[in-house]
Ligand binder design. Structure first.
Ligand code: PMT
Length: 397
């Protein structure tokens, strides 16, 4: 996303308890050289006062669409033109819904509709509200239009519940916007999702991967400042804004896309559930129901990760291992066989893994294991990226 020096940021403060962190966010953005103007929603005024923002930003704070102090009461147009980035923090469920549907009932939503600036949201809400399909669709709508979504983190929430919904810390938001995270300047290629191997024009051999884990890893790498290429099998997910998406269908297409884009990447994270076998000769026409049995001849697909790891000039290689039994032992064997730097073992088939929002991961390298714990895929991805960032400069080959 580039540096923040000289960038004009309009910070829209939504009406949630995390609004108490917004004054610190103004300070963190200013420390990095950004100029910040604050717009408070009516809800935000219940949690924090305009005086605080005025004192920290050294500028007047905007509240109303009908502000006579601003020349001809056109604050929304002035701010919309002035902004390079419109940052919504905290982005409440209500504000996200209004933005997704293009409502323009107050200064915050009107200026968001009137601007060409980049929209960035730091969601914060109760975990049930975050997981509600309505919120999910609204977030996906905004992301599909190019909005960048930072967080939320998982942890203790205001109502003493735990789960996803915490606003990222101000320093993390400022860091992510500044492109100054621990992977700043690094190029990362991530594979995600399933592959579909055609049997005939209407059928395929597939698997249950939703792409969530891989997309979370891509998002975490972006938040850490990396330039991210995401090679993805078919999923129903909106790609993280800022990533270069290369959609593929089969293992063969994924291998080709990785081969074409891997040069100059310092890090390769292979989260995709790649089919190990593909039908030798997909039928040209739909196979008819004739015999009692049907035999398909399958042939091995290329092992994309092993091939990248075997190359002379290779990035730091991270694999994933989905196992149902002896999870760590099997993952360790794959680490050795594929000559990887790190592998993340996850148990699949019970309460974790494929398709679910939560996961549990153990990162394994030649020198030991790190338990990344259990949690949302986004939180685990952030932990994994932090671990990789610590190791990257020392271990990449
Ligand atoms: O997508 P989700 O629903 O969120 O689920 C996430 C996940 C369970 C799919 C993910 O966390 C995961 O474990 N992905 C790897 C699953 C897997 O297929 O593992 P594997 O043991 O078959 O392969 C080991 C490694 O080699 C993986 O990094 C895989 O991407 C890679 N591989 C495998 C086969 C192949 N032909 N080419 C590869 O690159």
């Amino acid at each position: 996303m580039g540096g923040l020096k000289g960038q004009h940021i309009v910070l829209i403060v939504g009406g949630g308890i995390a609004a108490y962190k917004a004054p610190d966010l103004v300070r963190r953005l200013a420390e990095r050289g950004a100029e910040v103007r604050v717009v408070m929603t009516r809800g935000a005024e219940h949690f924090v006062t305009a005086t605080t923002f005025h004192a920290i930003s050294h500028h007047r704070v905007y509240h109303s669409l009908w502000d006579t102090e601003t020349e001809s009461g056109m604050a929304h147009l002035q701010l919309a033109r002035w902004a390079d980035i419109v940052l919504v923090a905290p982005a409440t469920a209500h504000l996200i819904a209004e933005l997704a549907h293009g409502f323009a009932g107050d200064l915050a939503t009107t200026l968001a509709l009137a601007t060409d600036a980049r929209l960035v949201l730091a969601p914060a809400m109760n975990r049930r509200m975050w997981r509600h399909p309505a919120t999910g669709i609204n977030v996906e709508t905004l992301a599909a239009r190019g909005a960048r979504i930072l967080g939320p983190a998982t942890g203790e929430l205001a109502e003493r519940e735990s789960g996803p919904g915490r606003m990222l810390e101000p320093v993390e938001i400022a860091q992510a916007l500044d492109g100054a995270g621990p992977l700043a300047g690094k190029r990362v290629l991530v594979t995600a999702g399933p592959t579909e191997e055609p049997i005939d024009p209407v059928r395929f051999v597939g698997n249950r991967s939703s792409g969530r884990m891989g997309y979370a890893v891509a998002n975490a790498a972006l938040n850490a400042g990396a330039e991210v290429t995401l090679v993805s099998g078919p999923t129903a997910l909106a790609p993280p804004s800022g990533a270069k998406l290369i959609p593929v269908r089969t293992a063969g297409e994924m291998a080709k896309a990785v081969d074409e884009h891997i040069a100059d990447n310092e890090l390769f994270i292979s989260v995709a559930a790649v089919a190990d076998y593909t039908p030798k000769q997909p039928a040209k026409d739909k196979i008819k129901k004739t015999g009692k049995t049907l035999t398909l001849e399958l042939v091995r697909t290329p092992d994309i990760l092993a091939e990248v790891a075997a190359a002379k000039k290779r990035p730091y290689c991270v694999g994933f291992a989905a196992e149902t039994t002896d999870v760590v032992e099997h993952a360790r064997a794959k680490l050795r066989e594929k000559k990887l730097d790190l592998i993340c073992a996850n148990r699949v088939g019970d309460e974790h893994g494929f398709g679910r929002e939560d996961n549990a991961l153990v990162a394994i390298s030649a020198d030991g294991e790190t338990d990344l714990g259990h949690g949302s895929k986004q939180v685990l991805a952030e932990r994994l990226i932090a671990l990789i960032a610590e190791r990257l400069p020392h271990e990449s080959g």
